[in-house]
Design a protein around this ligand. Sequence first.
Ligand SMILES: [Zn+2]
Length: 436
Amino acid sequence: MTQHLTGLAVSLLLFASTPAALAGTTIIHAGELLAVPGKAVKSEQTIVIKDDRIVEVRKGYSDPGEFEGAITVIDLKDQFVLPGLMDMHVHLQGQLGPRNDSETLKMSSQQVEMRSVMFGMRTLLAGFTTVRDAGSSSQEMYALRDGINKGWGDGPRIIAAGGVGITGGHADISGVSPELMEMFTSENICDGPYDCRRATRNVIKYGADWIKITSTGGVLTDRATGTGQQMEADELREVVLAAKRMGKKVASHAHEEDGIIAALKAGVASIEHGSYTGPEAIKLFKETGAYLVPTLLAGETTVKMAKNSDFMSPAIKEKAIKTGAAMKDNFYKSYIAGVKIAYGTDSGVSKHGTNAREAVLMVKAGMPEMDVIKSATVNAADLLDMSSSIGTIEAGKYADIIAVNNSPLDNIEELLDVGFVMKGGKVYKNQRLRHP
Ligand SMILES: [Zn+2]
């Protein structure tokens, strides 16, 4: 009995701390609704939600009396409503800054995990209901993902990639003493095709949803090893094949075109950054159907930091300034040539919760607002093979819904101030309730 009561008390406590858990049916009156990005906006619509799913979208404002049982009505009549945004490239465990080195020495993995809960919430409250984490300390990330899915805590829906990289490459540890390097070297660092096959199987074994590789060097590797191709074609092929055999897709970080081409030829599903994408890579993107995840925000952030702060080494600064400039130009060339674009920020380089700034940069680079929103919803869901459950506001999908004051199709900066966030039918933010 005592045990029973304790259990009840705990569940009541959990319920009380859960933001606006809605039982039964919820209806949202949406003033303007972009249910399917890429298609027309509709005025005065009702979204019907049961538990965590959308049941139907009706014309006009339905009366609560039309439904049976307890009904919660959410009034977004003066709002622009759209599907929850999705960021295909975040690193929820860190944030670039001058104290990163000492944090690595001082923080326990448990503290890193607790902080990632905060970064996850910042992301969710900014309107990003789904993210693909592109590489973090693996068990801590999988625990965060699973904990959120089980309802033990709140945060965005996480698709977690496990990293596979080569010795001395961008995914490997750099910039610390040899003793620390040895201590921090992941068992998923591999050399040669068979070793990389092993590493790929290993990250899948321990819980990765995706595989993240680095076919070229990277800006933030503290070594003057460039941003060109680093993984060999045979290593890339083995990773993609081993992943495919177990039903997983591969994302490759790549800056220079040789590494983009090599990764696309091996069959990766997405290229991250793609800074020096040229005509040959564009042709391959279109042939393979792979997505480009541009991360313009990472380019902008690292260029600013390289110019205005002194915590980066000369090797990093030089790479940052060069790749940041190339990224913007080549992103637009790729888009206009018909390369599929999925939204990604590399948040963790930039600050968590500022993910919508990528949209502003994409529009500045020349991409129309509707296509930007599509890249962060419909396209991202397609890249994740999750189009049947997320990406639009349609019957059968998770109720991942956000709202802004005015149409982001007229002014993309509206996305910087998301006032309403629902994920899986649960309201996490409703600014209009706080200021009635
Ligand atoms: Zn990244």
